[in-house]
Design a protein around this ligand. Structure first.
Ligand SMILES: Cc1cc2nc3c(=O)[nH]c(=O)nc-3n(C[C@H](O)[C@H](O)[C@H](O)COP(=O)(O)O)c2cc1C
Length: 195
C-alpha cells in the first residue's frame, strides 16, 4: 500500500517523534511505500486566510485553491491510506494539524460541491496522550477525539478508520512513562509492520 503520513509535533526529542520513527520502520520492513508531511519541518501554514475562508464558506466559490493546499491534496490522491501521528493538545490535535484540515479539506475536494477526493482504504490516527486511558475514558475525552477525527473529519472518506491512543506518556510521572514507553514503541512498530 502507498501510505501518506501526516506528522505533527514541534520537537524531535519527543515521544511522539519516536513513535513516528517506529511506525515508519514497521512500514518499511513490510515493504509499504510511504511519504511523510512533517508539518513543523515543512513550516506548513495552518492559518486559513480571509480569501480561503470566503471560498470555503461559499461567499466566493471562484477563488482558486493555494498551491501548498493542492500539493497536500495531490499526496492524498496518490495514496491508498492516510495516517496522522500527533500528541493530544487540549483534547485536540496541535493547532498546526487542526489548521491543516481547515485548509486541505476544501470544498470541491473533501466536501460539496462534487468532492473529488478519493475514498481511501484506511485512515489511522496514532495519538499520544499525557493522561491515562482510564482518565480519558472517564471524562469522555477519548470519545470526543474519536467523534471529531473519525466521525467528522474522516466520515466516509476512508473505508476503515481507527484511532490508537498511546496513553500515560506525560513527563509529570516518569515512572509511569518509562513503564509504558517500551510497550507503546513496540506497538507502533507492529502497527506499521501489519498495516
Ligand atoms: C499544550 C499541551 C496540551 C496538552 N493537552 C493534553 C490533553 O488534553 N490530554 C492529554 O492526555 N495530554 C495532553 N498533553 C500531553 C501531550 O499529549 C504529551 O506531550 C504527549 O502525549 C507525549 O509526549 P511527547 O510530547 O513527548 O510526544 C498536552 C501537552 C501540551 C504541551
Amino acid at each position: 500500500m502507498r501510505v501518506f503520513v501526516v506528522y505533527c509535533h514541534p520537537s524531535k526529542k519527543s515521544f511522539t517523534h519516536d513513535i513516528k520513527q517506529e511506525f515508519l520502520k514497521g512500514l518499511n520492513d513490510s515493504n509499504h511505500e510511504f511519504i511523510v508531511s512533517d508539518l513543523y519541518e515543512m513550516n506548513f501554514n495552518e492559518v486559513i486566510s480571509e480569501n480561503e475562508y470566503e471560498r470555503e464558506a461559499y461567499y466566493k466559490t471562484e477563488i482558486p485553491v493555494a498551491d501548498d493546499v493542492i500539493e497536500e491534496q495531490r499526496k492524498i490522491q496518490e495514496s491508498d491510506a492516510i495516517v496522522f501521528i500527533y500528541p493530544v493538545f487540549w483534547t485536540e490535535a496541535p493547532a498546526k494539524l487542526v489548521g491543516w484540515f481547515d485548509r486541505i479539506w476544501t470544498s470541491g475536494f473533501a466536501y460539496n460541491p462534487n468532492p473529488k477526493m478519493k475514498i481511501l482504504k484506511k485512515a489511522l490516527f496514532i495519538v499520544s496522550a499525557g493522561k491515562t486511558m482510564e482518565s480519558l475514558e472517564e471524562t469522555g475525552e477519548s470519545s470526543a477525539m474519536r467523534i471529531v477525527m473519525l466521525g467528522d473529519r474522516i466520515r466516509d472518506r476512508a473505508i476503515e478508520k481507527e484511532m490508537i491512543i498511546f496513553d500515560g506518556t506525560t513527563h509529570w510521572d516518569e515512572e509511569q512513562r518509562k513503564e509504558r514507553m517500551a510497550e507503546h514503541l513496540n506497538t507502533a512498530y507492529k502497527l506499521g509492520l501489519n498495516f
